[in-house]
Ligand binder design. Sequence first.
Ligand code: F6R
Length: 608
Amino acid sequence: MCGIVGYIGKRQASAILVEGLSKLEYRGYDSAGVAIIDNNSIDVMKCKGRLANLEEKLKETPIEGTIGIGHTRWATHGEPSDLNSHPHSNEDGTISVVHNGIIENYIHLREWLTSKGYKFKSETDTEVIPHLVDYFYNGDLLDAVMKAVGKMEGSYAIGVICNSDPDKIVAVRKDSPMIVGLGENEFFIASDIPAVLNHTRDVYLLNDKEFVVLTKDGVKLFTEEKEEIRRDIYHVTWNADAAEKGGYEDFMLKEIHEQPKAIKDTMTSRIMPGKPITLDEIKITREELENINKIYVVACGTAYHAGIVGKYVIEKLSRIPVEVDIASEFRYRNPIIDKNTLMIVISQSGETADTLAALREAKNHGARVIAVTNVVGSSVSREADDVLYTWAGPEIAVASTKAYETQLVAMYIIALFFAENKKTLSKEELEDLKKEMLLLPEKAEECLKNKEIIQRYAAQTYTHKDMFFLGRGLDYAVAMEGSLKLKEISYIHSEAYAGGELKHGPIALIEKGTVVVALATQDELFEKMVSNVKEVTTRGAHVLGVTFEGNESIEKTVDSAIYLPRINPFFSPLLSVIPLQLFSYYVAVQKGCDVDKPRNLAKSVTVE
Ligand code: F6R
């Protein structure tokens, strides 16, 4: 996600901002920029690409000044480009803003500001902020920022400078991180502590909706009612490496824990109770949708597994037939495609060569393509007709977790969108599903509390050479993802089977002590799944069951059980995958594997 740094003091700001941003590179970014006040005017330098590009530009054209803000951007609204990079400014360049987060009501604010005569240059949600501050500015920057924030919905950490109030940085946060660094006669804001550790170990940790005013004389914190807050200084005792992982041992564990937020962000402004599903990036008309007679969902690896869940949910809600294909197979099997075919490609990176080739194949045959991707401006997003971005934030661990989770969210949103437009569900049914879906972030948070029992099960089983994952229906799709995760990071051979398929062959592999993870979240299939579990326990298998609270009867059949908080079982994949990710993680840790960088694997597979 984006990184923010701000500096006010006696030293030249430019080098300090760039150095601070370099400590936030782990957050992922696609462009960078700074805005610095010099002689009562603001100079901005920003560009697409690595921080080194910005450094190069600053070498060629240095910017003087001792007060400034800097930013590394991970694109969400608008592709990575010089124009969309931060800082963003008002029209006459007297106010500059850096922002991390998503302004959910930016379209409404943009229209409102446009009606007041404001002109926009970029495609970003952020650009509304400098214009809002400009609109409310009346000689007091803090006051203007407070009023601007009062109009904003969503998540934000922002830093603002203004040349009419040139000895100040004003900052605020809500649902996006921000800290204040307290040096010797110099002060900082930053998205994370590593950005200031070279200068100070004393920081204030900001809470949501707290405003901060930094001057060369000190730092003041305020509530939204403009009452001054007293805050204890937090003295940092740990090193920068630990901080990048937010206190977690590995990026993978951190990313597993980021899933509740990633789910929420991906639903943000798209699913709202009582309102139609809003997918600005999908332009397909109701008529075009009416004519679609077949959907191909095409992807690789984990994204392919998200596609399998997609098939279940799209077919169930919209009654359009769906085929799911592995991208590397799709293009060589002469698939039947015409202009009434819709293709949905799923790709975290948006650069996977096989997925891109399948997309091109479908387009050459006249199909319409929707891309589900996590990277704004990626090849897949540029070549598809429509894009639905997953807002998981950068995924650093090679094994995908939070990206998969948001790909699932995207598939459910698409299914609901189709059902709404094709009127295959009643208003009440749609509303009930939306309400249930909005509960997912808090339910996912609860699933993360199961860690100890999973850790214990991993400690008992990590020496095994083979494991099996079983499930029926949606559970089978999740079993495949659980099995892939285990293989990838622990190097244990594993297989996923549909519960009913077991007796047609694979049951020959079950012997005393064989580890089986059995998912049983689908009410109408529960008893059948219990029978499948009995088939393996009678042959000596050691079984971990995953089911919903209230299904404690499963304990009569399994050796250990993990209970998920109750939700409509239609949404169970979003919860049941979490214990499977944690299981793989703890097995890999027990085995001493490099969890974030498993052998032989690359994060983005750009070759065929
Ligand atoms: C598994 C994993 C891979 C990717 C696959 C597709 O944890 O990360 O299986 O899912 O290589 O990658 P994207 O989604 O970038 O197209």
